[in-house]
Design a protein around this ligand. Sequence first.
Ligand code: XIL
Length: 328
Amino acid sequence: DIPSLKDVFTGDFLFGAAFENFELIEAADRQLLTKHFNSLTPGNVLKWDSTQPQEGEFNFEPSDQAVQFALDNGQQVRGHTLVWHNQTPDWVFRDSNGNLASKQLLYQRMEAHINEVVGRYKGKIYAWDVVNEVIDASQPDGLLRSLWYQIAGEEYIEKAFEYAHAADPDALLFINDYNTHESAKSQALYNLISRLKAKGIPVHGVGHQTHLKINYPTMSEIDSSIAKFAALNIKQEITELDIDIYSDDSTKYDTLPDNLAQTQATRYKQLFDVLLKHKDKIDNVTVWGKDDGNSWLRSFPVNRNNWPLLFDERLQSKPAYWAIVNGK
Ligand code: XIL
């Protein structure tokens, strides 16, 4: 019987995994989820297109099932995500003529959505990714030109946090993004959080997605990024960790090559060395999937086998798992 990840890292940080509801059917899947993880993140069912596909028609069956599974097993739940440019229905951004909605209409919809979703899980979801992937470091103000931004400018981010805080004053509210170790991007994100905090907006933490590649980035970039955000006095969580074994979009392997399994294990170990060094700043480390078989990287950016996680498609522990367990 192998060690439980949540036990190995107890006292350091929560150890979480993203999951889909179909992983609650088979006992072997459920057992892996409950044995190793004390935090769970529904991978899709809390996104806007799932919770409110049509205006005013909320669909909480899948998210209720997901959240209840975690609570029944004494696990914490991260809520992902409220305001994003993906997996959000187009009606959100349109008026009845099909033109871009006014700012006022957009805010009405945003408030209704956040109020309904966050309110439903008040006291059950401890942390929300309030906004997801809002940074574009190439813009002068560092903000992605999404439809949210095109309609409302930076203010939409402030509103999202205010509505979420009103709906559950005890929930921890995060701003979540990828490539947060890149210096230009982390600076843009840092500046945004500074502006929000200066205005008294209730932003409590930064979520580092941490979708890594086999050859990128360096551990020292991750180390610097965590150290940098510490100056903002906010919480930090690793929200979507995985390590893609490919370094280009064209290679495909039928099975995981041994040398890549070893390189990946070494990178996981080095990453956890950095995370443990900063464990006073990091509350939760969540992998984006419990096993390779259901990883999103099997369909993004192309369809191919991939093995980015700690357990393989047969739910067996990989060298990456042993590297972080034995490395402690
Ligand atoms: C992914 C899910 O895992 C997939 O099932 C879905 O098809 C697309 O979204 N960054 C995020 C997550 O913030 O919401 C994404 O999740 C992965 C990248």
